[in-house]
Write a protein that binds this ligand. Structure first.
Ligand SMILES: *Cc1c(COP(=O)(O)O)cnc(C)c1O
Length: 201
């Protein structure tokens, strides 16, 4: 879902029949639609199963197959146009491998800078992805809300979603974001940590 277009992968290699992703992840389009890449036989077997009208994937697929790419309801024209542009930009960047390298460098810099400030990652390096990185709360009294606000004031919006098994916050490194932006993020974080008087246990 989150890594398609930014991490090399093969559906054959994974034995996957279905791949679902969104226009606004590593392809770097704007939000507005999701897409599914499916094994044809698996898709054909799903006719009539949907319990939702608007989320009937089979129906949408048939409409597109039978009517020259037509959407069932109002087409999200601007979003499709932006997606086509995003695919060109992916190609212009040098393709998926180059984009993967940029994201990997973004994440490497992020972790190095955050560790210098005093943060620790939830996962060891061999389990981390270049998409998003979870950091442990620096101390038991840490207020993510205050930290989030202090960062947003500096134009950096952190990912508010938190996993359930540990006290963590997450920082994403995908999108039109470059290593220099990560350096700015680290500098902004150091300021916020100072302003809020955050201590590290
Ligand atoms: C991004 C994401 C979503 C939300 O999809 P959008 O098309 O961006 O609204 C849902 N689930 C996962 C796992 C995601 O990464």
């Amino acid at each position: 879902m989150s890594s398609f277009g930014g991490v090399p992968m093969s559906m054959d290699g994974m034995g996957a029949d279905w791949l679902i992703s969104s226009a606004n992840k590593c392809i770097q389009g704007v939000p507005g639609f999701a897409f599914v890449i499916a094994r044809r036989a698996a898709m054909e077997a799903t006719g009539g199963q949907a319990r939702s009208l608007s989320l009937d994937l089979y129906d949408q697929w048939r409409e597109m197959e039978d009517k020259g790419g037509k959407w069932r309801y109002t087409s999200p024209t601007h979003i499709v146009r932006a997606f086509a542009q995003a695919l060109q930009e992916l190609h212009g960047e040098g393709g998926l491998e180059r984009r993967h390298e940029r994201y990997t460098e973004n994440a490497r810099r992020l972790v190095a800078g955050y560790e210098c400030i005093g943060f620790r990652t939830l996962l060891p390096a061999d389990l981390r992805s270049p998409i998003i990185t979870s950091f442990l709360y620096p101390n038991a009294a840490f207020s993510f809300d205050a930290f989030y606000t202090a960062m947003k004031k500096r134009r950096f919006v952190l990912y508010p979603g938190k996993i359930s098994q540990a006290e963590t916050f997450r920082v994403g490194t995908i999108g039109h974001v470059f290593p220099e932006d990560i350096d700015g993020l680290i500098a902004g974080t150091a300021e916020a940590v100072e302003e809020l008087g955050i201590g590290f246990e």
